[in-house]
Design a protein. Sequence first.
Length: 256
Amino acid sequence: MRHLRTLLSLTAGMALAAPALAADLPPPAEPLWQGTLSVYGWLANVDGDVGVDGFGPVSISGGGASIFDDLDGFLMASGELRYGEWGVFGDFIWVDLGQQKTSASGYATASVDVSTIVGTGAVTYAVVDTPDATVQALAGARVWSVDTNLKLGLSLVEDDWAVNRDTNIEWVDPLVGVRANWRLTEHVTASAVGAVGGFGAGSEFMWDIAGTVGYAVTPGVIAAIGFRALGVNYESDGDVVDLTSWGPLAGLTIRF
């Protein structure tokens, strides 16, 4: 009987001590490999000038809901893969726009179709990495490919274009920037990114800023809305791409 009482006392003592021991254990470590994949739509206003082979430039403008009148197609996605503090980030934009304008006198017409691909790749490093906030420095490159069809003619003669030029304008911009993510509540997150580049190596200058607020509909899926603005000023051998785009965006992000 004495041995039984001793065994029960030891068992009870171990049971009482178990919660304290568990509290001393470190929390589960975050996995070293982490990633995200996002698809989004950007309801952008577009304003600027496009010139081809010394012809033009022709001013283009539009946006908001009216951009669908000129939009022929689009695809936008971004993603990130991290291992510890280091990572790689990518962003892809394809937009196909067409617009025709007539001069105030009604005698001259300009038609411009612009299909633009913007691909960004960068290496990231987390200078701040906590459960509630991450701040990353990034450095990389942005590849631009602009297919342009420019037509200039007289409105009095339909489809009789004095100038009809097709060209593909391509260049690469180095870029640097900062990305940040915050967990505001259990379900609400916020993010921001800013980058600048070009510096005369490709374009004269380019810039890109965006901010979003997201809601975790599930632990692995976030729905987000926000705002993005982007600008570029490129001129070489008679080709001109001087454009600014800005507007709201919305998308879904999958974490893995």
